[in-house]
Design a protein around this ligand. Structure first.
Ligand code: ZN
Length: 173
């Protein structure tokens, strides 16, 4: 499980032999994971080249990692656990009929019989991430949103009242 996976895998050979691919991608290889997310842990990948139906070869498996992020409510760090099964059709870029035949949109395009495993894994991780990272409400360090929005106004109102009373005092005495 600790072997570093290659970026490209010869899919034709892998399908012929129905090989299983297990290994890791180091966090430094995930260059497209950007703020407020941080690739900080290696990705473990277990995948299998599935050639049961030779007309519809697939790459199936699961990837697991933890992505660091900054909560956009309290700006404290958080961790997003990713445990994502995948099932992608392996298609030739020129073969449009085969492409439209795939039931889901998940497809790995062959380039000279190679698949770009690194790019695919990174794509899958990015699809697993929320649009905006937020702690669960009970874990979040931010104050209640309603307090944040009303407090300045309330303070101002009390201040105004105090000033008014001062002014009235001044008038009376
Ligand atoms: Zn938070």
């Amino acid at each position: 499980m600790t072997e570093e996976l290659p970026k490209y895998i010869d899919a034709r050979r892998a399908l012929e032999r129905r090989i299983k691919v297990t290994g890791k991608l180091s966090a430094t290889r995930l260059g497209r994971i950007a703020e407020p997310f941080r690739a900080q842990e290696q990705v473990s990948v277990e995948a299998e080249f599935d050639n049961d139906d030779p007309r519809r070869p697939r790459l199936t498996g699961v990837l697991r990692t933890e992505v660091g992020a900054t909560c956009q409510r309290c700006l404290e760090p958080m961790v997003i656990i990713i445990d994502r099964p995948f099932n992608a059709a392996i298609v030739k870029s020129t073969d449009d009929s085969q492409k439209s035949d795939t039931d889901d949109g998940d497809a790995l395009i062959l380039e000279n019989d190679q698949v770009d495993l690194e790019q695919y894994v990174e794509d899958e991780i990015m699809l697993s991430l929320p649009m905006i990272p937020l702690h669960d409400t009970e874990d979040c360090h931010a104050e209640e949103p309603i307090e944040v929005s009303t407090r300045p106004q309330t303070k101002k109102a009390f201040l105004g009242l105090a000033e008014l009373m001062e002014a009235q005092k001044g008038d009376k005495y």
